[in-house]
Structures are given as structure tokens and as C-alpha cells.
Write a protein that binds this ligand. Structure first.
Ligand code: SAH
Ligand code: SF4
Ligand code: F3S
Length: 433
């Protein structure tokens, strides 16, 4: 069966999925399978995202497309966990849930035995200690927890990834150390709600975790983390960041809505004022901070006044970047019970207004960068700007620098121009990190 050796993985969704795809890829490569472009592969692994209906549908479209081309299809990820029967109906050969990805090699062996393969369920604690080869030249992802206990009323994640399980400090340290030794320059600590981290063995909370990683991991690298819940930030976390050498001053604070009434319905557990106070505190204590966010418009019951509250927070915080979404009703979630749904056209209208406002602010923010110096990490050759390298600031703003530099180099660059939302840097000198 020579031809069963070629696979391709298509990944949707968040960094959790990117990391899971890296794990599946490394397991298969270790077993002698060969990675190919989808067109040249015999086995397609689709790692799906379920967070909005559109994303889930896109993954399903791929099943149909590759089935027509005669490929074997393993459907993995968040949609797999929730919609396994539907996935078989549309032609997948195997369904692999989020906590079963380590079984990918065994599943592939069964693929040609002509039976339905289902591996789902959220009861299992996944094997944490497998360290995949990173697929990005300088960035790697380390899970500090999986699953989520928050049950925000719009969100499907607790149903696709199960209850929160945190990983022990020593296991995280070991993996991060290995990745840094292999050349990673930027470690992303991943969890659906990182600042609810608690390790029973060491008694470490999230602040202790980042404080100790910063001290215990030697070398030139940055630590970033995704996603914190605005509700769970503590002064202890801020102090750990302040007293660290490697932890980025990038704060991704998913707002979701600026209206206290809607936040309550979303079960987010903070108010508009608490969110603003958190941002004002960060702006004051970390003058170089980047604050980014996620926003949902058109949640059931969101009236014009609620939407204006969202716009008001956007104006007051002046986010450096925002991911903006129309509310999408998801299976199992408690927000399904609300009857006062917002019509699609109205959601579109609000989204357009929001995007325009955010874009204007981002443009202003970028202009404020002109002439300033930033510590940069080189990611690789820029695709869009000839003779330039892609880079990002320590505070996670993407840009390009004139000249070709080796991926993984840290340097100081000065902003000389802004093109769209992209700052263009000029080299000043090399630095450690
Ligand atoms: N754990 C992360 C969120 C993961 S989902 C956190 O709490 O920040 C990423 C983003 O998708 C969310 O922040 C939210 O803005 C958006 N999202 C989640 N469910 C959604 C839904 N039903 N409709 C629209 N957007 C949604
Ligand atoms: Fe979803 Fe809320 Fe958990 Fe984030 S914190 S994954 S939005 S339930
Ligand atoms: Fe999507 Fe699952 Fe991540 S639903 S956002 S891939 S946790």
C-alpha cells in the first residue's frame, strides 16, 4: 500500500488547533508517513473549528470536495466532537475528537479496513508529554490547559474541548525548554482561559507560572499567552509581568460586548466599567502595551444603546487590533434560549460600523508609531514587500523591516513609514531579545 503513506492536514480555527495539527503531523512523520500538498495526498486530515457556523460549514465543504477527488478523510477537531453523524453522512471516513488526536496513527492504519471509525468523547485526559516539531520558524505553542469551565452563553468551546484540565508546571517547563533549545524564540502559552491556571502539584497559579518560567527558562526568547479572561486578571499577574525579562506587554482582552447588560447575558462576569478600568490600569502601568480584543455584535437583545456602549469602549481603549464577529448561534449553548434575536441585516450593519471605527483607530495608532524604536523578531522573508523581512514587535504588532534578515534574529528597528496597517521598520542594531 505505497500510496497510503501521503497525508495533508488542513487546519481551521485557533492556536489550539494549530498546535493539535502540529502534534498529528509529528506523530505521522515519526511513523514514516509523508506530508504533501492536499492535491498530492491520499489522506486528508481536516482539523475543524466550530466556534461560528460559517467556520464549521467551511470544514464540511472540504470533506465533500476531497471526497469527490477520491481521498480518504479524517475529520478532526471541534466540529468532529459535536456533529459526528453528520460528518459521516457527508463522506468522512473517520472522526477524531479533540481529546483523541494522539490516536491519529492508529486511525490511519484502520482507514483502509472499510469501516466507520469514531474516536470522540471528552472524558479522557490527553497525553500531554508529546512535543511536536514546530511548523513555524520561530514561534511555538505550549498548552498550559485544555478545555474551559466558563460556559459563556454564546460559546461552544466547553462542549468541543470539555472541562478545563491544567497541566503541571514541570511538564510545561520541560516542553518550553525543549522548544527553546530547538530554536523557538517566541513561546505562546495556550489555554481557553489562561489566567484561571492552577497546578495542584506546585500550587502555582498563572502569575506563579509565568514568573517561574521567566526565571527557569534560559536564553533569548519572548513569552506570550492566549487567551486571558478580563475577569481573572490580578495584580499578582501584572507584578509577575513587570518583574520579568521575557514576558510580552501584549494584552489580548476579549471584550465581547461593551454593554454591561449584554455582558451579563453572555455570562462574562465583568461590567463595562471594570473592563475600562482594567485597560486604563494597563495603559498607565505599561506605557508600551498593546491591547487587542475580540468583539461580538448582534448578540440576542443587543439594542442600539448596547451597541453604542461597545463603540464607546472601542473609542476609549483605542485597541491596537480587534477581531470582530457577528453573533452566530451554536449548538448546546445557553444563549439559544434568548428569543430576542437580531436580524442578519442589522448584525451586518453593526459589524460594518464597528469595523470602520476600529480600522480608523488602528490607522491612528499605527501613525503614532512613526519614528519610534521597537524590539523586533524576524519571522522570515516578506511575501508582500520586496527586499523586506516579516517581523513582529515584542508587543505583537506585525510589520516588515527593510532588508533580508535571518528568521529568529532579534533587533531594534525604527518605524519610518506606515502602509495600511503595516509599520515599515529600518534596522538600527541587533539585540538579545
Ligand atoms: N477562550 C477565548 C475565546 C475562544 S473563541 C476567550 O475566552 O477569549 C474566540 C472568539 O470567538 C471569542 O472571543 C468570541 O469573540 C468569538 N466567538 C465565540 N463564540 C462565538 C459565537 N457564537 N458567535 C460569534 N463569535 C463567537
Ligand atoms: Fe468560550 Fe468563554 Fe471559555 Fe472563552 S472563556 S472558551 S469564550 S466559554
Ligand atoms: Fe474553534 Fe475549537 Fe478553537 S471551536 S476557536 S478550534 S477551541
Amino acid at each position: 500500500m505505497e500510496n497510503k503513506k501521503r497525508f495533508s492536514i488542513i487546519t481551521f480555527g485557533c492556536q489550539m488547533n494549530v498546535r493539535d495539527s502540529e502534534t498529528m503531523r509529528s506523530i505521522l512523520i515519526n511513523k514514516g508517513y509523508e506530508e504533501k500538498e492536499p492535491e498530492d495526498a491520499d489522506i486528508i486530515v481536516i482539523n475543524s473549528c466550530s466556534v461560528r457556523e460559517k467556520a464549521a460549514n467551511r470544514a464540511k465543504t472540504y470533506v465533500r470536495e476531497f471526497k469527490r477527488k477520491g481521498k480518504k478523510i479524517i475529520f478532526a477537531g471541534c466540529v468532529a466532537e459535536n456533529e459526528k453523524d453528520r460528518i459521516f453522512e457527508i463522506g468522512a471516513d473517520a472522526v477524531l475528537g479533540t481529546r483523541k488526536i494522539h490516536k491519529i496513527d492508529r486511525i490511519i492504519e484502520d482507514l483502509y479496513k472499510d469501516k466507520k471509525i469514531i474516536e470522540v468523547g471528552l472524558d479522557e485526559v490527553p497525553e500531554f508529554d508529546f512535543v511536536p516539531e514546530p511548523t513555524h520558524p520561530v514561534t511555538s505553542y505550549v498548552n498550559i490547559s485544555i478545555g474551559c469551565d466558563n460556559f459563556c452563553s454564546f460559546c461552544i468551546v466547553p462542549y468541543t474541548r470539555g472541562r478545563e484540565i491544567t497541566r503541571s508546571y514541570y511538564s510545561i517547563l520541560k516542553e518550553a525548554k525543549e522548544l527553546i533549545e530547538k530554536g523557538s524564540k517566541e513561546i505562546f502559552l495556550l489555554g481557553q482561559n489562561v489566567n484561571s491556571y492552577f497546578d495542584n502539584v506546585t500550587g502555582f497559579d498563572f502569575a506563579d507560572l509565568i514568573y517561574h518560567l521567566d526565571k527557569d527558562l534560559k536564553g533569548n526568547y519572548w513569552i506570550k499567552y492566549l487567551s486571558p479572561n478580563p475577569r481573572d486578571f490580578s495584580y499578582k499577574v501584572f507584578n509577575a509581568i513587570k518583574n520579568s525579562e521575557h514576558i510580552s506587554h501584549w494584552f489580548h482582552l476579549p471584550l465581547q460586548s461593551g454593554s454591561t447588560k449584554i455582558l451579563k447575558r453572555m455570562k462574562r462576569d465583568y461590567t463595562k466599567e471594570e473592563f475600562l478600568d482594567l485597560c486604563y490600569y494597563i495603559r498607565e502601568e505599561f506605557p508600551d502595551a498593546t491591547i487587542t480584543t475580540d468583539i461580538i455584535v448582534g448578540f440576542p437583545g443587543e439594542d442600539e444603546k448596547d451597541f453604542e456602549d461597545t463603540l464607546d469602549v472601542v473609542e476609549k481603549v483605542r485597541f491596537e487590533m480587534a477581531f470582530m464577529f457577528k453573533y452566530s448561534e451554536r449548538p448546546n449553548t445557553s444563549a439559544r434560549k434568548y428569543k430576542d434575536k437580531i436580524p442578519e441585516e442589522e448584525k451586518n450593519r453593526r459589524l460594518q460600523i464597528l469595523i470602520e471605527k476600529v480600522n480608523n483607530i488602528i490607522e491612528e495608532r499605527r501613525k503614532e508609531m512613526l519614528g519610534r524604536r521597537f524590539t523586533l523578531l524576524i519571522e522570515g522573508k516578506s511575501e508582500k514587500f520586496e527586499g523586506c523581512s516579516g517581523c513582529k514587535t515584542r508587543e505583537n504588532i506585525k510589520g516588515v523591516i527593510k532588508g533580508i534578515y535571518e528568521p529568529g534574529k532579534f533587533l531594534i528597528g525604527r518605524v519610518v513609514e506606515i502602509k495600511g496597517h503595516t509599520p515599515i521598520f529600518e534596522f538600527e542594531r541587533f539585540t538579545n531579545f
